[in-house]
Design a protein around this ligand. Structure first.
Ligand code: HEC
Ligand code: HEC
Length: 213
């Protein structure tokens, strides 16, 4: 092939250089991909994408109105402070004379516009998904809180999945009843089935959390 034997070393050298560059590039790409978790690990990427769906529900008013950082629950899609100066109280159940349960029954009371569910009360402060200015925490921060077993009643991945599947206060968000003015409350951005499916994908990927923020 090579008529001129003196061409061989340079050709060989060129191939070697190309080879080294290829290896270097693929290694760098590998690290970059692992960082952002995309093509390198499809399960992780699916898990992170599923988490963003889960987060879209957690951060929606029907859920986050009970997962506040302040000493009061919120109301409505604008998440304003609960009327009548209702306050959290020691166990999230209000204070004597103004307990949550003195107004909130086991079921929605559509004639008066009071939503209801079993043991209606605020989530503990360890399960807050907002800051003290009522701003939603980032997806990464909520993810860290929800997966921290010292903050979430010791729930592991399957415990979280079960909570999302069955907990009556979670299910309430998809049957939130009527407001005092008779209009129906808005629903979370996914159906309950979609929400459970997204939680399952996230749990099966090992409950990964975004790294930023
Ligand atoms: C004096 C009666 C009363 C008490 C006490 C009370 N609530 Fe309410 N709550 C209501 C009424 C009425 C509404 C409906 C207001 C509306 O939709 O405009 C409501 C709405 C809510 C909502 C809004 C749901 C949504 O997504 O819009 C939450 C959350 C809530 N209450 C939590 C609590 C918690 C937690 C407590 C106890 C710490 C409590 N409430 C105590 C009467 C009360
Ligand atoms: C009426 C108030 C209320 C509403 C509405 C509510 N939660 Fe909660 N949430 C609670 C309380 C109270 C707890 C603590 C439960 C316990 O102590 O067993 C809790 C705990 C949780 C937990 C346990 C883990 C953790 O770190 O917070 C998850 C997950 C959760 N809620 C998800 C949701 C989702 C999703 C929605 C909406 C679809 C929702 N919640 C709506 C009151 C509420």
């Amino acid at each position: 092939m090579f008529a001129n034997q003196r061409l061989l070393p340079p050709v060989f050298l060129l191939m070697l250089v190309v080879f080294v560059i290829c290896v270097a590039l693929s290694t760098r790409a590998g690290i970059g991909v692992g960082d952002k978790a995309s093509a390198a690990d499809p399960k992780l990427a699916d898990g992170l994408a599923a988490w963003e769906q889960v987060y879209s529900v957690l951060a929606s008013p029907r859920c986050i109105n009970c997962h506040t950082a302040t000493n009061y629950p919120q109301q409505g899609d604008d998440r304003h402070r609960h009327f009548a100066n209702v306050i959290r109280g020691p166990e999230g159940k209000g204070v004597p004379g103004l307990n949550c349960a003195s107004c909130h029954q086991q079921e929605n009371a559509d004639s008066t516009g009071v939503p209801g569910g079993p043991n209606w009360h605020l989530a503990p402060l360890s399960m807050q998904w907002q800051d003290l200015n009522d701003q939603r925490l980032s997806s990464a921060a909520v993810c860290r809180a929800v997966t921290d077993r010292s903050k979430n009643n010791g729930l592991d991945g399957s415990g979280l999945l079960k909570h999302h599947e069955q907990e009556p206060l979670v299910l309430w968000a998809w049957n939130p009843g009527r407001r005092p003015d008779g209009t129906t409350r808005t629903l979370p951005p996914l159906t309950h089935a979609q929400f459970v499916a997204a939680t399952r994908t996230w749990v099966e990927a090992g409950t990964p959390c975004p790294r930023t923020n």
